[in-house]
Write a protein that binds this ligand. Structure first.
Ligand SMILES: [Zn+2]
Length: 473
């Protein structure tokens, strides 16, 4: 203990000297452009942060969105309520608002039920906690019962000695906990959710169960979209909670041959009209040049989409509110776009970029927040390397609000189509260690969001949006 105390005594002054040096040296080290930006915008960046942290308005907006609209499945009445609600919220802030009509999918969840047959200690069925994947076709009304076969990869599926025709394929791939970047681990595991049904159907399977994409072991199934292959039959697809996936896997590995009963009542209904929601502060000098802030308004239906992507929507709205309430009059337009239909293939982002009125506009940059409302960590900037070099000069202005780094690479599914036509895509990157605990599950609700962490994301977006609206790119 004495030794540790001694180390701490030595460490404290070193830390403080380090911080002091950084304050004195970092801006100069970042180059003359960074110096100028810091001189010009440090005071306003601080005002934005102080106002944000004092008010925590982003969280109040999220409370309203999740309470009044609720789970906002694309094409649902709740998603329609969210359109009206967020437009009103932005109009009340004094933003110029409008709706851009689009058509969206209209998949509806129905009854969902699964059990391992005749398998409990007294021979009774053992329930499995499952949820249908978005776009899944239903089972017959009476459900289906079939032997279950576990695989951990597509290669394993291909090499199976026993045919899977008529069986349920159980993709039990874990998210790799050794990866620091949880999005990488998610990408690797989620391919079985996305493509599993199509691959299993090629081998003649009757249905698929997919291990939920989370590193937690618990009883909450995580949904998400399944993608069918038009060349093979569409088979029912459901996610199973990780605790139940482990239990099922354990028994299969002990050599039990098990059958699962699965019943899904989901329906793919015809597309319905919906909207992207837009609110903006018109630029005082160059109104046709736009800095876009966005998130997606639709969500999955198991929770209330508080992190995914209620957080991104309220952060974009809150950034605009902070700029407006501080009386700032940006030279270029700052536009908030709440995209619809991201979870069912991002058609809202594509339709926004393709709309006829875009021809008269020039989107300089687009920032998307769709990685949860957690503590800000970094900021990604896409586009050509020369643009990154230039925009990296903003880093010292973001640091006091918690951003640790600015790196090349940015964007997201909704702003991808704009980026394809030359807009610089950017992404605010929060700490995602906890994101997949709640993502697409019943745990994605308001109390999983922290008001200060959420607000700091809005602050970062407001500083970047205002700065770029003043300086251009
Ligand atoms: Zn999302």
């Amino acid at each position: 203990m004495a030794n540790r105390t001694g180390m701490n005594r030595r460490a404290v002054p070193v830390v403080w000297v380090g911080l002091g040096l950084c304050l004195a040296v970092c801006p100069a080290a970042a180059g003359p452009k960074a110096d100028l930006l810091l001189e010009k915008y440090a005071a306003v960046a601080e005002k934005i942060r102080v106002a944000g942290l004092r008010d925590e308005t982003a969280f109040r907006m999220l409370e309203e969105l999740t309470a009044k609209a609720g789970p906002r499945l694309t094409g649902s009445p709740a998603a329609a309520r969210a359109v009206d609600l967020t437009r009103t919220m932005m109009a009340d802030m004094g933003l110029e608002t409008w709706l851009e009509p689009i058509m969206v999918q209209n998949w509806a969840r129905g009854v969902e039920e699964a059990r391992v047959m005749g398998s409990g200690p007294a021979g009774q069925a053992e329930p499995l906690r499952i949820t249908a994947l978005g776009w899944s076709v239903p089972t017959a009304d009476s459900g289906l019962t079939a032997p279950v076969v576990e695989v951990r990869s597509f290669e394993e599926l291909e090499k199976l000695k026993t045919p899977v025709k008529g069986k349920i394929v159980f993709f039990n791939r874990r998210m790799d906990p050794a990866l620091m970047d949880t999005f990488w681990a998610y990408g690797e595991a989620a391919q079985f959710r996305v493509r599993g049904a199509a691959e299993a159907a090629k081998a003649g399977a009757a249905a698929v169960l997919v291990r939920s994409a989370t590193m937690r072991t618990d009883g909450y199934p995580h949904t998400g979209m399944v993608q069918y292959d038009p060349q093979v039959p569409r088979i029912p697809a459901a996610a199973v909670a990780t605790a139940d996936a482990d239990r099922l896997s354990g028994r299969l590995r002990r050599g039990e041959s098990l059958s699962v009963f699965l019943r899904l009542g989901c329906r793919n209904n015809p597309p319905v009209p919906s909207s992207n929601v837009v609110g903006q502060i018109r630029g005082a000098e160059r109104p046709d040049e736009i800095i876009l802030l966005g998130g997606h308004l639709d969500s999955w239906d198991l929770g209330t989409g508080a992190h995914d992507d209620g957080a991104g929507c309220v952060q974009a709205m809150e950034a605009a509110r902070l700029i407006k309430d501080l009386g700032l009059k940006p030279a270029r337009t700052i536009r908030v776009v709440l995209f619809m239909n991201e979870e069912f293939g991002s058609s809202g982002g594509r339709d926004y970029a393709a709309a006829a009125r875009r021809k008269a506009e020039k989107h300089l940059a687009a920032m998307e927040s769709d990685r949860g409302g957690f503590l800000p960590l970094g900021f990604g900037i896409g586009g050509p390397p020369a643009v990154f070099e230039k925009l990296k000069a903003w880093e010292p202005l973001l640091r006091p609000s918690g951003i640790l780094w600015v790196r090349p690479g940015g964007g997201g599914s909704d702003i991808g189509p704009l980026a394809a036509s030359g807009t610089i895509p950017m992404a605010f990157i929060p700490d995602a260690q906890k994101y997949f605990d709640v993502h697409h599950s019943a745990l994605d609700v308001l109390n999983s969001v922290h008001p200060r962490e959420l607000e700091l994301g809005a602050v970062i977006l407001a500083i970047m949006a205002y700065g770029l609206a003043e300086e251009g790119i």
